[in-house]
Design a protein around this ligand. Structure first.
Ligand code: NAP
Length: 436
């Protein structure tokens, strides 16, 4: 008897977990259940549109999807089309791999003003994610404040300041291009509440900011320490030293001829978003770092800006009946198991840290945990699941269906672009007609 496994979510955590099951050589049938018609989660909807080489990992997932042991069920939402209870009754094991799709709240006054867009929503909007197609951010402002100095913050800053020529080979949707161009943004501020060596961005991403066509990276050389000090791993030290060297290099660049600026500002903790109904500015408190933490000095300053984008980390939403740690925004697990035959992989279990590849060892651990503890063939699996979807007239999207949507997106692309994404579920399903 085969072990039947349902993986909920088709992002890197879902696919790397499926890969680990396939490579374990066990007799397993894996069904990936995805809320959207299109697979790949953060690779499609989170990775920046101009970082196509990072998105290239989806090609290996495409190959995996051809394995007869694996089936893709897109456009099926757990909680809407089928409950988690039903899934865990149908499959020997269920793996939650739904990520951390929501913004953590900043928790300061003014966060509810028009012009404040969380990074999850903003990134989703410029990545044509159906949940955020209608965000329509008002970018009619000279200055944008991005809170946080991680890779998401730097992605957002870069997308806002790159020229159309620099984005020509990206899959930035036309509506986003138009909104950014019409806005007239000249200055993007990135605020780190700690110092430059504490910044979370990686060096490849930071270095790119020194090579932009029409944007000068601004950093105050006086805040850059001579060296990286303190206890840390060798790897962390190397990244921080490289970042420090890059920031130092920025202070020597010539701003002449550049119409835009990205300001790297450190030791600045946001305390209030200013304005009436709409954002007009941001008040920040200067900080010093003590024991690795930002401590307020009491001294504040303000900048004028029309948009604030907190990029301070993501969280998962609580799921009905699933033990949840609200403070960390993750499900509560004992190892890789959540409860009964329900397991978890990726950001929903570990929290929103790490790059795409971090999900590979994570998937291995989950597959191992399931294979060691779960008897095969105790539950009916795929056929019973398809029967249930049929009874409920759920129009699921198979991998072949997805290939048609994919082909249509590629065919619709502008000359240098890899694809033109369909930003709504209806448009994706429209490609398929009514053949099921
Ligand atoms: P992140 O790396 O954790 O960065 C979050 C940033 O927000 C940090 O600078 C953090 O400062 C700051 N922050 C958190 N809470 C704050 C608060 N209340 N007020 C002010 N600042 C606050 O998270 P991320 O940028 O969302 O990225 C998530 C993961 O995805 C990371 O592992 C990242 O490397 C990865 N990612 C990678 C790429 C890439 O490889 N190109 C692209 C995107 C994302 P503190 O350090 O002081 O907490």
């Amino acid at each position: 008897m085969s072990l039947s496994v349902a993986i909920v979510g088709s992002g890197p955590a879902g696919f790397y977990t499926a890969d680990a099951f396939l490579k374990a050589g066990a007799d397993v049938r894996i069904d990936i259940v995805e809320r959207l018609p299109a697979p790949f989660g953060l690779i499609r909807g989170g990775v920046a549109p101009d970082h196509q080489s990072t998105k290239g990992v989806s090609r290996s997932f495409e190959k995996m999807a051809l394995d007869p042991a694996l089936r893709y069920y897109g456009n099926v939402e757990v909680g809407r089309d089928v409950t988690l209870d039903e899934l865990s009754g149908l499959y020997d094991a269920v793996v939650l791999a739904t990520g951390a799709p929501q913004d953590r709240p900043l928790g300061i006054p003014g966060e509810d003003k028009a012009g404040v867009y969380g990074a999850a929503a903003f990134v989703g909007w410029y990545n044509a994610h159906p949940d955020f197609r209608w965000l329509d951010p008002d970018l009619d402002t000279a200055a944008v404040a991005v809170i946080g100095v991680g890779n998401v913050a730097i992605d957002i800053a870069r997308v806002l300041v790159k020229t159309p020529a620099e984005m020509a080979e990206s899959d930035l949707p036309g509506y986003a291009r138009e909104a950014i161009d019409a806005g007239g943004i000249t200055d993007v501020y990135m605020f780190g509440r700690r110092g430059p060596v504490d910044a979370k961005f990686t060096n490849v991403e930071l270095r790119e900011m020194g090579r932009l066509e029409d944007c000068h990276p601004v950093v105050d050389g006086a805040v850059l320490p001579a060296e990286v000090t303190g206890e840390m791993s060798g790897r962390d030290r190397r990244v921080r030293e490289k970042n420090l060297a890059s920031l130092r290099g920025f202070t020597e660049l010539d701003p002449a001829g550049k119409a835009k600026r990205v300001h790297f500002a450190f030791h600045a903790n946001p305390v209030e978003i200013l304005g009436g109904e709409k954002v007009e500015g941001l008040r920040l408190e200067r900080t010093r770092v003590e024991g690795g933490r930002a401590v307020g000095t009491g001294e504040t300053f303000e900048i004028a800006c029309g948009v604030v984008i907190p990029a301070i980390g993501y969280q998962a939403p609580a799921m009905n009946g699933v033990p949840f740690d609200a403070a960390r925004g993750v499900v509560v697990c004992d190892g890789v198991r959540v409860m009964g035959n329900v397991y978890a992989a990726g950001w929903i279990r570990r929290g929103p840290v790490g790059v795409i590849g971090t999900n590979k060892p994570d998937g291995d651990e989950v597959a191992r945990g399931v294979l060691e503890t779960t008897p095969a063939g105790a539950r009916p699996g795929r056929e019973a699941f398809e029967r249930l979807l049929g009874e409920r007239a759920v129009r699921w999207v198979s991998h072949d269906d997805w290939r048609k949507i994919d082909a249509a997106e590629v065919a619709n692309a502008a000359p240098a672009a890899p694809r033109r994404k369909f930003p709504t579920v209806a448009e994706m399903l429209g490609v398929l007609g009514e053949d099921r």
